[in-house]
Design a protein. Structure first.
Length: 140
């Protein structure tokens, strides 16, 4: 069973079929190892776009935002780990071939342009993979 990540947020804007949920930064975020890839991290919080055509939400309503934990790990891998590996490999190969640190650094950083360009071109597919759902808060 896939674990879920849950955040409490506030509906900031509704443009059917999209609901924009603002996640406030949590006190626990300051000591968390996930850091900036996490949607709840950051000083002002983040806004997450969620597709929901039900029309059952109201502006400024507090809601629960849920996502799959495995999807979060894949997002961190795509956004942080894989680019770092690509930079290190390109830097190492270029430095080994040329012996010039500046050329190695330039080559290492230059691999990021096509990599993030490819991610941008694949954003539609990635948006379908990294899906959040929004639900009402259950009061007991």
């Amino acid at each position: 069973m896939d674990k879920t990540i849950q955040y409490t947020g506030t509906i900031e804007r509704i443009v059917p079929p999209l609901v924009y949920v603002r996640i406030a930064p949590l006190l626990a975020c300051s000591g968390c190892h996930a850091g900036s890839p996490c949607p709840a991290a950051g000083g002002k919080g983040r806004t997450v776009e969620v597709e929901d055509a039900t029309g059952r939400f109201a502006l400024h309503e507090e809601v629960v935002l849920q996502g799959r934990q495995s999807a979060g790990m894949q997002a961190v891998l795509l956004a942080c780990a894989l680019p770092a590996i690509l930079v290190a490999v390109a830097l190492g190969i270029t430095f080994a071939l040329t012996g010039d640190e500046l050329t190695g650094a330039a080559a290492g950083l230059s691999v990021l342009f096509p990599y993030y360009g490819l991610l941008y071109l694949m954003r539609g597919k990635l948006n379908r993979k990294f899906v959040f759902t929004v639900s009402k808060i259950q009061h007991s």
